[in-house]
Design a protein around this ligand. Structure first.
Ligand SMILES: [Zn+2]
Length: 283
């Protein structure tokens, strides 16, 4: 998005000869790490969530001006390096690098921190706030993608909710819902289906990430099908005994939606360039 001196000179000549029409595309702009972090903290109400993860700005690099933001599900070293290769100054993720434990800055963690500092990448993370947010959250966004009706908060966790419930406009089988989920980035092919609920699904609960053992809560709330990301061994008999269907579409695949929604917020409100970094884990 940069012009050379020659291009600028040519542009100036053209501008003098022909009146410049109003721009049809929003002009890309720049902002600061602090401005983006403060806006997202407020938008996502990060203080509402009791979370193991540190939500908010996790790493502040020496480069405080932001022209381009990378967004991804995870904050692996390969993601940080891709963000730097794409000339970004900030990386926004769902799974950050600080999870409530004090870790010595040695080994891979030291190298990641060094990459952030030397290549100018600040990291902002939103974990549970980006699961439970009723507009921008992973669960709410997936519910919209599936066209659910009567979407409402579900799955209470320490004073907040971390998922949603809703109703299918056309009731159908769990297998049919699973085939709809195949189209999303990084989805398991096919998703894992535990078909122990009613043969025709009307009410769906969504709790993204690793929530496959929530079938008892679903059954108690009249939910026929739980959609989540990653499965656990105990999920099978829990679902069977509670007569609730479960679909595991993949942890990564279930958690692209929130950061994608934040990307649209950044483009709309800050007019910065953005860059989606895809690295599905297959998990
Ligand atoms: Zn997760």
């Amino acid at each position: 998005m940069t012009n050379t001196g020659t291009q600028r000179a040519n542009l100036a000549v053209v501008t003098m000869a022909i009146p410049t029409p109003p721009p049809t595309e929003p002009t890309m702009s720049h902002t600061t790490v602090k401005a983006i972090a403060e806006r997202l903290n407020s938008l996502l109400e990060i203080d509402k969530y009791a979370d193991l993860a540190l939500n908010g700005l996790q790493i502040e690099s020496p480069i405080l001006e932001v022209r381009k933001v990378a967004l991804a599900v995870d904050a692996g070293l390969s993601i940080v390096e891709q963000a730097a290769d794409h000339h970004c100054q900030m990386l926004i993720v769902h799974h950050g690098v600080l999870w409530g434990q004090c870790a010595a800055i040695v080994g891979p963690w030291a190298r990641k921190l060094q990459a952030c500092m030397t290549r100018g990448i600040s990291i902002y993370a939103a974990h549970l706030p980006l699961d439970g947010h009723m507009e921008l959250g992973n669960a709410a966004q997936l519910a919209q993608e599936l066209g659910l009706e009567n979407i409402a908060p579900e799955f209470p966790y320490k004073g907040a909710t971390i998922g949603v419930r809703g109703q299918l406009t056309t009731p159908r089988s769990a297998q049919e819902v699973a085939s709809q989920l195949c189209k999303f980035e990084g989805a398991l092919q096919p998703p894992l289906v535990l078909p122990f609920g009613p043969p025709i699904i009307k009410t769906v609960g969504i709790a993204t990430g690793a929530a496959s053992t929530l079938s008892p809560e679903c059954a108690a709330s009249g939910i026929d099908l739980l959609i989540t990301g990653e499965s656990k061994q105990e999920a099978y008999h829990l679902a069977k005994e509670h007569q609730c269907s479960v679909i595991c579409m993949g942890h990564y695949a279930s958690e692209t939606f929130g950061v994608r929604a934040l990307e649209r917020v950044l483009q709309r409100e800050f007019r910065v360039e953005t860059c989606w970094i895809s690295e599905p884990t297959g998990i």
